[in-house]
Design a protein around this ligand. Structure first.
Ligand code: EPU
Length: 432
């Protein structure tokens, strides 16, 4: 498949979009399904590159994965081969999540170094520390991690930061461990809770307590289960912004309102008008948009994956906005691509527009001041990552002439059929 799109400015984008389950939920459910005693089924699965990568990883260790449109079936094979091949190095974050399940199934495991988007240091120390506390012996090698554990046991684990992935590692490892695990400072993102609910359906004993505490009592075995994923809140937000930035209106179906509370309030404060029903959410801005100061945060704050579309929207607001990224220290690395398209964004190492964050004394530019009302230009741009990639399409949609966007596989890794979705909203784009 070609990796370049030609995007023409096309006026207001309008229409209906249905979002499927999120890449960050479906892939974790696929790993959870490894622990069941038979075929598990995940419905409303998106057609994204990360599912294909994860499917190939599961197959490589001995599982059967079949896909029928939006339905994935994961079936245990006759034998588990607990070594994820090095060919999967750097493709996404999923190998580290497979460590716990592979230890349960085989007593040993190897996983290659994880990748994902180039958005700053993405260490796996929380995952490793938690697994070691549960009895795993882990060694770092040049190609990846090797782990051994005849049986994982329950432990008390406190995460230094409420990491989504590390919380998922603890869930996926503690459910079959001997004894009780108490996890403190756990992430509570909807995708994490969705995973916990799926594991509960498989027979896990998981208590979600107040104050970011999770208590997991290990059980001897888990059964197969089926589930339907809720709609992706990142995609929902991204397409609502696509409507707003072009002066159009996109009606997004399939994402529950409670996953978008902070996003809706942020856009509403900027002047967007919302209509919300049980089936869909739509936003328009007939009177234009005001600037805002926003900082990203853990759930239920403004999520870090929403900031890239917001950044482009800020360039079309009526005044100066501030964005402070507090989750990933280098998540503004995509700004040069937007600057090339005429976005007037200045990046600072200081914490602007709110309280100081963990990165206040570091060297990473993680705050930005964005001038509204910029005229954007068509340009030839290479997309650095999935969310930034989507933002570049938004910038191209309101630019003064066509743009050439290379590296669209990044968008396709995380968004369900984005070419077709954008085309259905009236964006003029073609594959080159
Ligand atoms: N962290 C550590 N050590 C660890 C784990 C995390 O220091 O062992 C730090 C990270 O460096 C970061 C912070 O903790 O500063 C939060 O990272 P987290 O573990 O929560 O992120 P993740 O699990 O790697 C997932 C999503 C991201 C999303 C974040 C935050 C997946 C595959 N990825 O990443 O999604 O931004 O949670 O919600 O679920 C995306 O979809 O574009 C994307 C990057």
């Amino acid at each position: 498949m070609t990796e370049t799109w030609l995007v023409e400015p096309s006026g207001p984008l309008r229409g209906d979009i249905t979002v499927r389950g999120s890449k960050n939920a479906v892939t974790k459910h696929m790993v959870a399904a490894m622990l069941g005693d038979g075929p598990s089924v995940i419905r409303n699965a998106p057609d994204v590159g990360d599912v294909e990568i994860t499917k190939a990883m599961l197959e490589s260790v001995g599982f059967g994965v079949t896909r029928d449109d939006d339905e994935l079936t994961i079936e245990p094979g006759a034998e588990v081969r607990p070594k994820v091949p090095e060919a999967f190095t750097g493709l996404n974050r999923i190998p580290i999540l497979m460590l716990g399940p592979l230890l349960h199934l085989a007593g040993e495991a190897f996983v290659p170094l994880v990748g994902g988007d180039p958005i700053g240091r993405r260490p796996v120390d929380f995952h490793v520390d938690a697994l070691q506390a549960m009895g795993a012996e882990i060694t770092y090698g040049p190609a990846g991690l090797t782990a051994k554990a005849s049986k994982l046991h329950g432990a008390r684990v406190t995460l230094p930061y409420p990491s989504v992935g590390a919380t998922e590692t603890v869930l996926l490892s503690a459910v079959l461990a001997e004894g009780t695990t108490v996890l403190r400072n756990a992430a509570t993102e909807p995708e994490v809770v969705e995973l916990a609910l799926f594991l509960q359906r498989m027979g896990a004993h998981i208590e979600l307590s107040p104050d970011r505490r999770m208590v997991i009592e290990g059980v001897p075995s888990l059964k197969a289960a089926s589930t339907r994923l809720a709609g992706d809140r990142l995609e929902a937000f991204s397409y609502l912004v696509a409507g707003l930035i072009t002066g159009g209106e996109v009606r997004v179906h399939g994402c529950p309102q409670d996953r978008l509370v902070t996003a809706i309030t942020t856009l509403a404060r900027m002047g967007a008008r919302f209509d919300i029903t049980d089936e869909w959410i739509t936003a328009s801005a007939p009177d234009g948009l005001k600037p805002a100061a926003v900082h990203t945060d853990t759930h239920p704050g403004f999520m870090t994956d929403w900031q890239q579309p917001l950044m482009v929207l800020f360039t079309q607001a009526d005044g100066m906005s501030v964005l402070h990224e507090t989750v990933f220290e280098n998540r503004l690395v995509y700004v040069p691509a937007l600057q090339k398209m005429g976005c007037e964004i200045e990046v600072f190492k200081n914490c602007l527009g709110g309280p100081a964050c963990r990165f206040h004394d570091g060297n990473s530019g993680h705050s930005a001041v964005i001038r509204g009302g910029s005229k954007l230009h068509g340009a030839e741009v290479t997309l650095p990552d999935v969310r930034a990639g989507f933002s570049a399409v938004l910038a191209a949609a309101v630019a003064d002439r066509p743009s050439t966007l290379h590296g669209v596989h990044h968008i396709e890794r995380g968004y369900h059929r984005p070419f077709e979705q954008f085309a259905s909203l009236g964006l003029h784009l073609q594959r080159a």
